[in-house]
Design a protein around this ligand. Structure first.
Ligand SMILES: NC(=O)C1=CN([C@@H]2O[C@H](COP(=O)(O)OP(=O)(O)OC[C@H]3O[C@@H](n4cnc5c(N)ncnc54)[C@H](O)[C@@H]3O)[C@@H](O)[C@H]2O)[C@@H](O)CC1
Ligand SMILES: [K+]
Length: 481
């Protein structure tokens, strides 16, 4: 698992560390790590190559200047462009000058001619987009960009970009990952993220956000043991689909069927198409005939009329884990009394996109993590907020983010597959926060495998679920003894 810490927590940890290490040692460590990545990006041949540093007013610029001094000593031609000449880090500036680096306040030529640009404009204290002078220079960049801590112009705690910002080829982050590296636009703009250890680890405490690595997901995925049968692994119930939208039921039930080897039961008007596509699913027309399940997936294509409300009532009263998606979320937003039907402590995951979320808990806004946490606490559920980076928040404050490599999975029916995956992991007994996180990871990977660079229908994503699970389990096997 990879931890991510907010800027407030990083600063507190840094202050504790700064209090017990010699002055300047942290910045030199950070800058040395930065220079090492820069040298790798310049390779082959570093002598005489041109590196331009964009240097802002704070310690982020200081890191760039110290890294410039290291690079200069390796024979690199380094030019520092000072965006706030009066406030440039004095020791860093002196170190660069001593090493023979050039310093200027007129950066157009230096940026145009660079083989590599190092973005030290602004770091953890960044607020808002790039200011005009910096934005103008950044516009001129054609070389690869190495960002110091974060691509300048991106909001550090949300990953939001509200104006001109740097797009980095790679980013060097000091001490730990920060929210922007895994969230939305910030994750895209960071490029490849390299973590440089500056000794912050012992000061950090519990992460604010967790990112599951493929090996974590592979390790958590349910595998039947020698004494298991179709019931002991958890039976998933799927209540979905309608005469108008039978496909949603076929996709959700299919995902539950492929995700684990426990049994799947279906109830609803799409029993015939389900039987035709998934003969292994036990399909009935009415929830009263369905038999016992350990978790329900409810909502996709179900409709928001009295029929849907009635099924949702029965599902909530069943006292088993629930994954509520799509129309079930709208029903919960429209009929607040439905929440009271849940047995306290029964695991529940809801999977809204932004519009569904707004109906339930107000506009998402820029801070997706805060929004998901707010709804999770208000309703005592795990909230999986869909988006380019999926955010999964639990009522106890745990937050998990699943950053996506591409957006191919943003296609009709894709959400039905996701809810089926979550339901089957709930039925298998996984903690609901982890169930949602593992399902999001497998879903994203299945989309990536299916797309392979071209658009895909949700059915193709579904077909890749077994391969995605194989890849995740192989990742787990390769790291455990
Ligand atoms: N605190 C520490 O121990 C360490 C800090 N390090 C570096 O220090 C950075 C944080 O440094 P600082 O707190 O000095 O602040 P920054 O370098 O992030 O920002 C400096 C100043 O820029 C101004 N600013 C804010 N938003 C701006 C914008 N959009 N455009 C232009 N100017 C803007 C503000 O006046 C801000 O105080 C980290 O990102 C990291 O690079 C590293 O050296 C590692 C050690
Ligand atoms: K930066």
């Amino acid at each position: 698992m990879k931890g991510v810490w907010t800027t407030d927590h990083v600063r507190e940890a840094e202050n504790r560390l700064l209090a017990r290490v010699p002055d300047g040692s942290l910045m030199r460590k950070a800058a040395f790590g930065l220079a090492t990545v820069a040298l790798r990006m310049l390779d082959p041949g570093v002598v005489g190559r041109r590196v331009t540093l964009l240097v802002g007013a704070g310690n982020n610029g200081g890191d760039a200047l110290w890294a410039g001094a290291f690079l200069r000593r390796r024979g690199v031609a380094v030019t520092a462009v000072l965006l706030a000449p009066d406030r440039a880090h004095p020791e860093g500036l002196a170190a660069l000058r001593k090493a023979g680096g050039r310093v200027t306040t007129e950066g157009h030529d230096a940026v145009r001619r660079a083989d590599l640009v190092i973005d030290g404009i602004v770091g953890l204290s960044a607020r808002g987009p790039l200011r005009p002078a910096a934005a103008e220079l950044v516009e001129l960049i054609t070389a690869p960009v190495l960002a110091v801590d974060l691509p300048s112009g991106v909001e550090p705690d949300t990953g939001v970009v509200n104006g001109p910002a740097v797009t980095a080829t790679a980013t060097v982050t000091f001490g730990c990952h920060k929210p922007l590296h895994v969230l939305g636009e910030g994750a895209k703009r960071s490029g490849e993220v390299h973590l440089v250890d500056i000794g912050l680890g012992p000061e950090l405490g519990e992460p604010d956000i967790t990112v599951l690595e493929p090996a974590d997901v592979g390790r958590l995925w349910p595998v039947p043991g020698p004494s298991d049968d179709k019931y002991t692994q958890g039976v998933t119930g799927v209540a979905a689909g309608s005469a108008t939208y039978p496909g949603a039921a076929v996709l959700a039930a299919g995902a539950a069927t492929l995700a684990t080897s426990g049994m799947v039961r279906y109830t609803g008007p799409a029993a015939d198409p389900i039987r035709a596509r998934w003969p292994e699913v036990v399909a009935t027309g009415s929830i009263g005939d369905t038999g016992r399940v350990q978790a329900w997936v409810i909502g996709p294509g179900m409709g928001t009329g009295p029929g849907g409300r009635d099924v949702l009532t029965q599902v909530l009263e069943a006292g088993v884990a629930v994954c509520a998606d799509a129309d079930a979320i709208t029903l919960l937003a429209n009929h607040k009394d439905l929440w009271d039907l849940r047995e306290p402590g029964t695991p529940m995951v809801i999977t809204p996109h932004d519009r569904e979320f707004a109906r339930l808990a107000g506009e998402v806004g820029d801070d997706r993590v805060a929004a998901a946490l707010r709804a999770a606490r208000r309703h005592d559920v795990v909230v999986l907020l869909k988006g380019h980076s999926t955010v999964v928040a639990a009522p106890d404050g745990r937050v998990l983010v699943n950053p996506a490599r591409s957006s191919w999975a943003a296609t009709a029916g894709s959400g039905d597959v996701l809810s089926g995956l979550i339901g089957s992991l709930l039925a298998a007994g996984l903690d609901p926060w982890l169930a949602a996180g593992c399902a999001a990871a497998a879903h994203e990977l299945a989309g990536e495998l299916a797309a392979d660079g071209a658009p895909i229908p949700a059915g193709s994503l579904l077909s890749e679920v077994p391969n995605a699970i194989r890849v995740l389990r192989a990742a787990a096997a390769s790291v455990s003894p």
